[in-house]
Ligand binder design. Structure first.
Ligand SMILES: [Zn+2]
Length: 114
């Protein structure tokens, strides 16, 4: 496999192009699967209250956030964390506090994205 990999979706916050973690050789275009390296994919079926996406027939949208933007957002208390036991029962609710070596994450990001 080549070192250059097909892209996953870009980070929706900073616009950084993320690479596919699975070293796909897929062509450009919407990825058949979105498995970002140094990023996380988020899916939603929308929800009541959204004025742009509140789908009731199963359609789904997916976005990526790179690890750096996710860490920054967590620090700013923009990311919720909980353990979902049932869809309507959430426990341990609070702010997400990443348990990572942030310097290592930033080093990986610099190596992968310049
Ligand atoms: Zn980002």
């Amino acid at each position: 496999m080549s070192e250059e990999t097909a892209p996953a979706l870009p980070c929706i916050v900073c616009g950084k192009q993320l690479r596919d973690a699975m070293h796909s050789e897929d062509a450009l275009g919407p990825p058949e699967r979105n498995q970002p390296y140094a990023g996380t994919a988020f899916t939603t079926n929308g929800h009541y209250g959204s004025t742009v996406f509140d789908e009731v027939f199963g359609q789904t949208i997916e976005i990526n956030v790179c690890d750096i933007c996710l860490l920054d957002a967590a620090r700013e208390h923009k990311v919720m964390f909980f353990v979902a036991r049932r869809k309507t029962e959430y426990t341990d609710r609070g702010w997400w506090v990443p348990d990572v070596d942030e310097e290592r994450v930033r080093e990986i990001d610099r190596k992968r994205h310049g």
